[in-house]
Design a protein around this ligand. Structure first.
Ligand code: SAM
Length: 252
C-alpha cells in the first residue's frame, strides 16, 4: 500500500464501523445494491460497516481530494473485494449527476464539519488536507469562522440546502449520517467546530423521519464487550446517542 494509514486508529475505525453496521442491519430491510458515501477522508469506518453486512454491490464514494480517492481505492478494495467502487472526485453539491437516482443507503461519518470548513477555507483546505500541520490550520480557521456570524449562517445554510436538494432529488431508502462531538469539544478550550456544526446538523436532521427511541435501543450495544474504555459516559452519550445521528427517510 502506497499510503501510510498509521494515522488512523484501526480500533476506532472498526468501532464506528460496527455502530453503522448495526444500524444498517436493524433499519434497512431491503436488498442493498447501491450505496453512496460522502467524504471518507483517509479513513475506512464505512468500509468496515459494509464488510460486516457482506455488501457486494456498487459503492459511490464522493470526495474532493484526489489523494483520498486513491487511498480509498486501495484500502477499500482490501476490505471489500467484491464491491465495485466508483470514485467521484467532486464536491458533494456538484456530484448529484454522477450518482444513480435510486440509492439504497446514503452513508457518511462526521462529514458536516468538513463540508462547512472546506467551504470557508476554499482551495486552501483541499491543498493542505494531507499536510502535517493541517490540524493547526483547521483550528485557526474554525476560531476565525466563529467570529463571523453572518458567514456561519451563509455557509450552514448552503450545506443544509445541498442535503435538502440531494434528499429531494434522489430516492434514498435509508440515510445514515453521524456527527458526534470531537475530543476537542470536551477539552473546554475549543468549541467552535462542534457548536457551529451542531446547528447545521440539527437542521439537516429535521429533514428526516427518525425514531430516536428506536435508534437509541439499536445503539445500546457493546462491540468491545465490557472493555471499560468503551463503557464511559463520554462515548455512550456521544457516539452511541441518537442525538448525534441522522437515520431514516427524507420527510418530503
Ligand atoms: C476528515 S475527513 C472526514 C471524516 C471521515 N469521514 C471519518 O470517518 O473520520 C474529511 C474529508 O471530507 C472531504 N470533503 C470536505 N468537503 C467536502 C465536500 N464539500 N464534498 C466532498 N468531500 C468533501 C475532504 O476532502 C476530506 O477527505
Amino acid at each position: 500500500m502506497k499510503f501510510s494509514d498509521n494515522i488512523a486508529d484501526d480500533e476506532w475505525e472498526w468501532y464506528i464501523g460496527q455502530l453503522f453496521s448495526r444500524i444498517i442491519k436493524n433499519v434497512n430491510k431491503t436488498n442493498i445494491k447501491n450505496v453512496v458515501e460522502i467524504a471518507p477522508g483517509f479513513r475506512y469506518k464505512i468500509a468496515y460497516a459494509l464488510k460486516e453486512i457482506n455488501f457486494n454491490g456498487k459503492l459511490y464514494v464522493i470526495d474532493t481530494n484526489t489523494e483520498v480517492l486513491k487511498y480509498v481505492n486501495e484500502k477499500y478494495k482490501l476490505l471489500l473485494p467484491n464491491v465495485k467502487i466508483i470514485c467521484i472526485n467532486k464536491e458533494f453539491k456538484n456530484a448529484f449527476n454522477d450518482i444513480p437516482e435510486k440509492i439504497d443507503l446514503l452513508l457518511s461519518n462526521h462529514c458536516i464539519d468538513d463540508m462547512i470548513i472546506s467551504e470557508y477555507m476554499q482551495n486552501y483546505y483541499n491543498k493542505n488536507l494531507n499536510s502535517e500541520n493541517f490540524r493547526d490550520m483547521l483550528t485557526k480557521a474554525w476560531i476565525e469562522l466563529g467570529r463571523e456570524p453572518i458567514k456561519i449562517n451563509e455557509i450552514n445554510n448552503g450545506v443544509f440546502l445541498t442535503f435538502k436538494n440531494f434528499f429531494s432529488n434522489k430516492k434514498i431508502n435509508t440515510i445514515i449520517i453521524s456527527q458526534y462531538k470531537s475530543n476537542l469539544y470536551f477539552k473546554d478550550k475549543f468549541k467552535e467546530m462542534d457548536e457551529i456544526t451542531e446547528q447545521c446538523f440539527n437542521k439537516i436532521k429535521e429533514l428526516v423521519i427518525m425514531d430516536n427511541t428506536h435508534i437509541n435501543k439499536i445503539l445500546d450495544f457493546y462491540p468491545f464487550g465490557d472493555d471499560e474504555r468503551y463503557m464511559g459516559k463520554y462515548l455512550l452519550d456521544n457516539t452511541q446517542n441518537a442525538k448525534n445521528w441522522i437515520v431514516g427517510k427524507y420527510k418530503k
